[in-house]
Structures are given as structure tokens and as C-alpha cells.
Design a protein around this ligand. Structure first.
Ligand code: GLC
Length: 618
């Protein structure tokens, strides 16, 4: 967790309004929209304490009003009467939501029928199903974590642990942490908080902050923000609220959060798909926001690979863990954000070059990851027999990997069936650790081939005791120990072996696992993992992470009541009950991308055909 030093209040107040004005000036939104934005966004307002509230989607509102008219008691946390019919029929704007029968893959026929039948039940059973005590507690805690800005809910704090005296920046709204909260609210029909979050973070995007005289690139989204109450114009009696973002300039290590902008794009698409509020994504300021994030990601550099080159700690793992270079998590989110942006960008003269650049990058990126990050028994055996120092265009061992790099743990660990994407690939370096988030998001976004996606889930099933064990899911496997830990983490006392980022178990990852399982038609796997978590989370006070090889102990320095643990659990449960909603987050396989990939990696400059991209997966 990163420390945040307090900022001068007056400076914060002054800085708070600047980007907003600039963005509004540069935006060509209609005058009416601009006025609406400027009044709702950084108004000078008093500092009232208010109860967070949410706006319900029509199908929820009508269910509630019918109930009240007929004199029934409205349950405090109502569930959509029939989410499936609400999605497909009652709301015309859901026509862009994909349904389970369009999911790309089905398991073996018998299994598919059972899985489908099992999934049908909860959807229609939601009417009758009472929330469990654990779910009710989770909702209560999630609502407690909501923060408001000028009277409107805008996000959830990272943790609200009453027993912890050292808040650090856990009292801030983290972009990545808010995603599962947002999904839980969206699936419950409470969409206002998500819309507010998207628009407020957009305003923070062009904030002017510097680290020792150096400004981060325009388009960067903050890691987190805090709502501060500051005196109004030197008047010590009147106060206003300001949003104060942290781009990493206060964070330990001073690392920019590369994943924030990518998550923002992914969440924007999910919001628009589930609410049908496509007008939001079409707004000029929102289109500009997407373009700024993408320009930062697509700008030319010295790199030879289509993957994004980043420093250590630039994503969920925000401390030194040896993931600098081209970490899988960032690549999977990058691919997903490119796919989402391609859907959302309005096609016109101003965007056509960008759209072309997106398509080119998507092709190259998926080819690169599918071909070079994938390992299974067969591939490891190939690496084991690699020749090195091959100087030519058609080298087999393109990155000059010395076979001695294959770690001894992997030799016994890799199962006969299945495989996974490695954590990182650099010249003469393959990081063979298994990183859960990157692998799961590669499934969700279709960065992998369908066969690879099946292989990853099959590996997780096979290695259940290592990756799930007593608490889903290991952030990475295995932990670094001894000299490796000393050199790579810099002897980080928080990242000791099998703790925190170094092989700790993070319950928040449950929702990404559930999503990947649903996409691949394997909800039963997710149900098993949810059951493991459900048994312990509430009793253990919803910890941030668990320690030890099998995740038996609550993490050494783990916060209690960690919001994304709570929200991840709720999101998993809701996705399992309404699996058709998974499509607001997933992308289907796009075979045209591979057809269009002019691959210059081989001497003959062959095109990457579908077959080539799929061929290496046995
Ligand atoms: C830790 C995690 C990071 C998370 C933050 C707030 O720093 O590594 O991913 O965003 O806590 O929960």
C-alpha cells in the first residue's frame, strides 16, 4: 500500500478546478451539456453529510413500486424479478448485450447441458431466493464504503477498517478497486454512482501534477483520489469539497498506474452496455478521454514488441515484484481496453487513423501473446531443447532464451493437460510465474485462443490446491524466496514469501475467475471457488489478502473490511445468478484480427493466419 503525504489545502483547492475548466473549454459538447457538466462537476458547494443513494433501473423501480402498491413489504435489498427478461425484453436499449447462446465456447455436450440447466435455475429462482446473511452483510459494508462528492455518490474507499489506526491511502477511491463495486451496483440497477465515478475521474485525467519538476503524460488516469474539504477562498468559515487525485506522485516508489486508464475504458463500456446510456460514451469529452488514454498507450517509443513497456508496480501489484517490462496483466487489460474502445469510438475523420492504429495493434498484440507467452508441456519441452545465439530472421528461439531459465518448480508443476500465459517476456528472459489476473483477463477479453482459454481453466482445476486452496485466488504462483526475494523485491518486508503480492491469496480475484469461468461455460468451477470464500470471508472480516502457501492465515498486514474483497464476492454471486450479464465485460474471439495481421517476424514476411495463430496449441 502506498503512502500519501498531505497536500497543501489551498493548492489542492486551486488545482481542483483547473483541469475541469480546461476540459470544458476544449470540449465541443453542446452548450447545454457543457453547462450541465460544469454545474454538476466542480461546483462550489457546502459540505453536507448525506446518505449515499442509487437510481434504479426501470425494471427494479417498477418491481418495487408494484410491491408497495400491493401493500407488500419491500425487501431492503431487492433482486431483479427476472434479470433475464429485464435484459432481453423490457429495456429496448439492451440490444447490444450478448446472450449466453452466443458465448463462443461450449464444453462437452453433456456437461454443457448440465451447466446450462444449472444456470437457468438461479436466473428464474432469483425471484424467490433470499440473500444469505453473508450477502446482506456484504451489501451493508459496501454501502458504508460509498463516498460522496457535493452530495452525490462517486466511489468507494479502498477499506474501512475501524480497528486500523494507520489509514495510509486506504481511505481513497482507487480506480482499479472500484471496478467490482461498480459492477455490483450496476447489476443491482444502481447506476448513478458509476456514471458519477466515470465523469469525475475523467475530469481528473488532465490534472497538472509533477514529480520533482517532471509531469506525467497527458491522458494518465490517477491511481486513486480523495475528497478533501478545504476553506473557500481564504474564508475560514466556509468550506468546499475538492477531488484530489494521486497519479503516483505521492505513492511509495512514485509509479504511475498504467492500469487505471485501461480499467476506466473497460468500465465505461460495461456501464453503457448495461444501462443503454450510449449517449455517455458518445459525449465529446468522453470520446476525448478515450483518445487521450489511447494516445498515451499507442505512442511510439523504442520498443520492438507490440506489448506495453512499463515499470515495476504499475498495476494491481504496485510494489517492486520484478514485473517491469511487459507484464501480462497490463497486456491483457491493454488488449481489452483496445477492444472496448474500438466499439465505443465514434467513426469520423478525426478518429479513423486511431481506429486503424487500434486494429493493427490488436492484431500484433494477440499474435505476440498467443505465440510467445503461451506455455504448456509441449512448449516447455521445446524451450528445454532450444538452441541459443541464433542470429537470423527465422530463428526458433527469437528472444534468445537460455533453457537453464526453466525453473525447477515448473518441471514438476506443469500438468500434461492445459497450460497458461507466462508473466513476462523480455530478451533472454521469460518470467514463468503464473499470474492470475493476467491469465483470467486474457480469457475474458479473448486475448487467448479459445483453446488456450480452456487450457488455463483446466490448469487452475488441476492445480486447485496451489492456486485456490483455502482462499481463492493466488495473486501469483509460486512465491519468490531467499536471494531471489532479496534481490527482486529489494528485501520488501511486506512481500515476504507467500504474503501479499508475493504469492498471497486475494479474494477480490474471485470475480475475474467467475467471469472467465462463465465465459468458458464452466460456472461450476466458479461456484466451487465462491463456496470456499463464502465460508470464511465474513468470519475473517473480509480481509484484503491471506498468507501462506495454501492461504490459511489472514495476511500479516492485511486490512479488514477491504472493499474490493466485499464487492468481488458480491459481483461473483450476481454474475453466477445472471450469467448473461458477463457479456458487458467480455469480448468474443475476432478472427478477422488475425487474418489482418501482417506479421513481419519471419523472413518471408508471411501473414499471421488463423491457423498460424492457433497452430501451436496442440
Ligand atoms: C494495494 C494493492 C493495490 C490496491 C490498493 C488499494 O496497494 O496492491 O492493487 O489498489 O492496495 O486497495
Amino acid at each position: 500500500m502506498n503512502g500519501q503525504s498531505p497536500m497543501g489545502l489551498a493548492a489542492a483547492a486551486a488545482a481542483a478546478v483547473r483541469p475541469c475548466r480546461r476540459r470544458l473549454l476544449s470540449s465541443a459538447t453542446t452548450a447545454a451539456a457543457a453547462t450541465a457538466t460544469s454545474t454538476s462537476l466542480f461546483p462550489r458547494c457546502p459540505h453536507p453529510h448525506h446518505q449515499p443513494h442509487g437510481r434504479r433501473l426501470p425494471f427494479l423501480a417498477s418491481a418495487a413500486s408494484q410491491a408497495s402498491q400491493s401493500g407488500q413489504t419491500i425487501p431492503p435489498t431487492p433482486v431483479p424479478a427476472d434479470p433475464r427478461s429485464a435484459v432481453s425484453g423490457n429495456l429496448p436499449f439492451f440490444d447490444r448485450v450478448l446472450f449466453p447462446d452466443t458465448f463462443p465456447l461450449a464444453p462437452a455436450a453433456e456437461e454443457a447441458t448440465t451447466a446450462a440447466a444449472a444456470d437457468e435455475e438461479p436466473a428464474s429462482a432469483t425471484k424467490a431466493r433470499e440473500e444469505t446473511e453473508t450477502e446482506r452483510e456484504a451489501w451493508r459494508l459496501l454501502r458504508r464504503a460509498v463516498v460522496s462528492y457535493c452530495g452525490a455518490p462517486v466511489g468507494t474507499v479502498a477499506a474501512e477498517d475501524p480497528e486500523c489506526t494507520e489509514t495510509l491511502n486506504y481511505d481513497q477511491v482507487f480506480i482499479r478497486d472500484f471496478v467490482p463495486s461498480a459492477l455490483a451496483f450496476l447489476m443491482r440497477g444502481e447506476t448513478e454512482i458509476v456514471r458519477n465515478f466515470l465523469l469525475h475521474t475523467l475530469q481528473l485525467q488532465s490534472w497538472e501534477k509533477t514529480v520533482d519538476c517532471y509531469s506525467p503524460g497527458q491522458g494518465l488516469m490517477p491511481a486513486s483520489f480523495k475528497i478533501r474539504t478545504v476553506p473557500l477562498d481564504d474564508n475560514k468559515e466556509a468550506f468546499e469539497e475538492v477531488l484530489d487525485p494521486d497519479f503516483g506522485e505521492s505513492a511509495i516508489g512514485r509509479v504511475a498506474p498504467v492500469d487505471s486508464g485501461l480499467w476506466w475504458i473497460i468500465l465505461l463500456r460495461a456501464y453503457c452496455k448495461i444501462t443503454g446510456d450510449y449517449a455517455l460514451q458518445e459525449r465529446v469529452d468522453v470520446q476525448t478521454g478515450i483518445k487521450l488514454i489511447l494516445s498515451l498507450c499507442l505512442s511510439d517509443g523504442f520498443d520492438m514488441f507490440p506489448t506495453l513497456l512499463v515499470t515495476d508496480g504499475s498495476c494491481m501489484i504496485d510494489r517492486r515484484m520484478g514485473i517491469h517490462g511487459h507484464p501480462l496483466e497490463i497486456q491483457a487489460l491493454f488488449y481489452s481496453a483496445l477492444r472496448c474502445s474500438r466499439e465505443m469510438l465514434v467513426m469520423n475523420d478525426g478518429s479513423k487513423n486511431l481506429l486503424r492504429a487500434i486494429n493493427n495493434r490488436l492484431s500484433a498484440l494477440s499474435f505476440h501473446i498467443r505465440e510467445y507467452y503461451w506455455v504448456d508441456m509441449k512448449k516447455i519441452n521445446e524451450i528445454y531443447r532450444y538452441k541459443t545465439e541464433e542470429y537470423s530472421h527465422d530463428a526458433t528461439n527469437k528472444f534468445n532464451i537460455y533453457p537453464e531459465q526453466i525453473p525447477s518448480w515448473l518441471v514438476d508443476w506443469i500438468p500434461e493437460k492445459g497450460g497458461y500465459l507466462i508473466g513476462n517476456l523480455q530478451p533472454a528472459h521469460m518470467d514463468f510465474r503464473f499470474f492470475s489476473l493476467g491469465n483470467l483477463w486474457a480469457i475474458a477479453s479473448s486475448l487467448t485462443t479459445p483453446k488456450q482459454a480452456e487450457g488455463i481453466l483446466s490448469l487452475i482445476e488441476e492445480k486447485w490446491d496451489d492456486l485456490i486452496a483455502n482462499m481463492p485466488l493466488k495473486i501469483c504462483y509460486p512465491a519468490m524466496e531467499d536471494d531471489e526475494w532479496r534481490i527482486i523485491t529489494g528485501s520488501d518486508p511486506k512481500n515476504t514469501p507467500w504474503s501479499y503480492h508475493n504469492g498471497g491469496s486475494w479474494p477480490t480475484l474471485l470475480w475475474q475467475f467467475t467471469l472467465a469461468c462463465i465465459k468458458m461455460g464452466r460456472p461450476e468451477l466458479a461456484r466451487r471457488a465462491v463456496a470456499v470464500a463464502e465460508e470464511k470471508l465474513a468470519a475473517d472480516k473480509w480481509p484484503e489478502y491471506y498468507d501462506t502457501r495454501s492461504g490459511r492465515f489472514t495476511g500479516k498486514q492485511s486490512r479488514s473490511y477491504q472493499t474490493w474483497t466485499i464487492a468481488g464476492f458480491l459481483t461473483s454471486k450476481m454474475l453466477l445468478e445472471n450469467p448473461e450479464l458477463a457479456s458487458i465485460l467480455t469480448c468474443d474471439e475476432d478472427l478477422e484480427l488475425l487474418e489482418g495481421c501482417a506479421c513481419c517476424l519471419s523472413k518471408k514476411r508471411t501473414r499471421c493466419s488463423r491457423r498460424a495463430a492457433n497452430s501451436h496449441v496442440g
